[in-house]
Design a binder for this molecule. Structure first.
Ligand SMILES: CC(C)(COP(=O)([O-])OP(=O)([O-])OC[C@H]1O[C@@H](n2cnc3c(N)ncnc32)[C@H](O)[C@@H]1OP(=O)([O-])[O-])[C@@H](O)C(=O)NCCC(=O)NCCSC(=O)C[C@@](C)(O)CC(=O)[O-]
Length: 296
C-alpha cells in the first residue's frame, strides 16, 4: 500500500556538490539555508572524508560550524571512519552516516577497503556515536549494479543491509549508485532486503543516470518504503562511479508525490528557487524537469 506521507532526505549539498568543482562555502551555506526554508527537515550537509580523496568536501567542518541551524531540521554528515566521526562531532553534526557497498570492487575504490574491512572500521564509529547519543544512518551502494562488477546479487545487498542494521544504524539507505535499475528489479531488491530489515527502516537512494529513478521509486513505494533520498536540481554523482549522474531531482520527486496525494511537508516553489539558485551558482542548467518547465 502507498504511504500517505514520505520523508525526503536531501543529499544535494553532499552527494550533489561532492562532484562539483569550485563551489564556494558561501554558496553551499546559502543552498542549505534555502533547503531548510523550503521545508526539508533532513539535510545532508557535508562529509568528513579524506580531503585528498574528495577535495570538494574539505570545507565540511566550516559548513557545519557556520550553518544557520533551523529548529526541527537534522543536519547530517558522512563519516567513513572514527577520524571522520570525531571531526563531525566536533563540528556539530546532528547525525552521521556510515557508507558501505554490496560490491567488493566499489568498496575498494570508494573507501579503500573490502566490505569486511569496512564493517570492522564501522564498529568503533557506531560505539563512539552511541556514546555521544548521535544517530547513525547506513548506506549500501551498488544495490542495483556496480560500475566495476555489473550485476550484484540481491542476497548480497540484503546481507550487507542487515549487517549495518544489526550494528545499530537506525535506517538503511539503498543506493542505486549508477542508476541502472529498472522498476521490476528495484522492487524485487527492496522486497528481498525487507525480509532482513524492517521496511520502515529502509530508504531509497536512486541516481537518475538512465532516467529510471521516478519509475523505480513509484514501484518501490508500493512495498511500504516511505523515506526517499534525492538531490535538489538533480545535482551530483559519485566521484568513484564514472559517468554516474545526480540523484533524482528533489523537485521532480516532490511533484510526483504531491500528485499522488502524498504529503512531504515541502513547499515546491521555494524548493525550485533553491535548485535554480545553486544551478546558477555552478553555471549549469537545473537537472530537474519540473524546475525547467516551471521556470521556462
Ligand atoms: C575512507 C578513506 C578516508 C580511507 O582512506 P585511506 O587512505 O585508506 O585512509 P587512511 O586511514 O590510511 O588515511 C590516509 C590519510 O587520510 C586521512 N584521513 C583518513 N580518514 C579521514 C577522514 N575521515 N577525514 C579526513 N582525513 C582522513 C589520514 O589522516 C591520512 O592522512 P595523511 O597522513 O596521508 O595526511 C578514503 O578512502 C576516503 O576519504 N574516501 C572518500 C569516499 C567518499 O567520500 N566517496 C563519496 C561518497 S560515497 C557516495 O557518494 C555513495 C552514496 C553514499 O551517496 C550512496 C550511493 O549513491 O551509492
Amino acid at each position: 500500500m502507498m504511504p500517505t506521507k514520505v520523508s525526503i532526505f536531501e543529499v544535494g549539498a553532499r552527494d550533489g556538490l561532492q562532484n562539483e568543482k569550485a563551489v564556494t562555502t558561501a554558496d553551499k551555506l546559502l543552498l542549505i539555508d534555502k533547503l531548510g526554508a523550503a521545508g526539508l527537515t533532513r539535510i545532508e550537509a557535508g562529509s568528513f572524508v579524506s580531503p585528498k580523496w574528495v577535495p570538494q568536501m574539505a570545507d565540511s567542518a566550516e559548513i557545519f560550524k557556520r550553518l544557520n541551524k533551523r529548529s526541527g531540521v537534522v543536519y547530517s554528515a558522512l563519516t567513513p571512519n572514527l577520524k571522520g566521526l570525531e571531526l563531525a562531532l566536533d563540528a556539530g553534526a546532528d547525525e552521521v552516516a556510515i557508507f558501505g557497498a554490496a560490491s567488493q570492487s566499489f568498496s575498494q575504490r570508494n573507501i579503500n577497503c573490502s566490505i569486511e574491512e569496512s564493517i570492522e572500521r564501522f564498529i568503533p564509529v557506531m560505539e563512539r556515536a552511541s556514546a555521544s547519543n548521535v544517530r547513525v544512518r547506513g548506506y549500501v551502494s551498488c544495490v542495483l549494479g556496480c560500475p566495476y562488477e555489473g550485476d550484484i546479487a540481491v542476497s548480497e545487498v540484503a546481507r550487507v543491509a542487515e549487517i549495518l542494521y544489526k550494528m545499530g544504524c537506525y535506517e538503511i539507505s539503498l543506493g542505486d549508485t549508477i542508476g541502472v535499475g529498472t522498476a521490476k528489479n528495484a522492487r524485487n531488491m527492496v522486497e528481498a532486503v525487507a525480509n532482513k530489515v524492517p521496511v520502515d527502516k529502509l530508504a531509497l537512494h536512486f541516481h537518475d543516470t538512465y532516467g529510471q529513478a521516478l519509475a523505480n521509486i513509484l514501484a518501490c513505494l508500493e512495498t511500504g518504503v516511505s523515506v526517499i533520498d534525492s538531490s535538489v536540481a538533480g545535482l551530483g554523482g559519485c566521484p568513484y562511479a564514472k559517468g554516474a549522474s545526480g540523484n533524482l531531482a528533489t523537485e521532480d520527486l516532490v511533484y510526483m508525490l504531491h500528485g499522488l496525494g502524498i504529503d512531504t511537508g515541502i513547499e515546491l516553489q521555494q524548493l525550485i528557487d533553491a535548485g535554480n539558485s545553486i544551478s546558477r551558482a555552478i553555471g549549469r542548467a537545473s537537472g530537474s524537469k519540473v524546475a525547467l518547465a516551471t521556470t521556462a
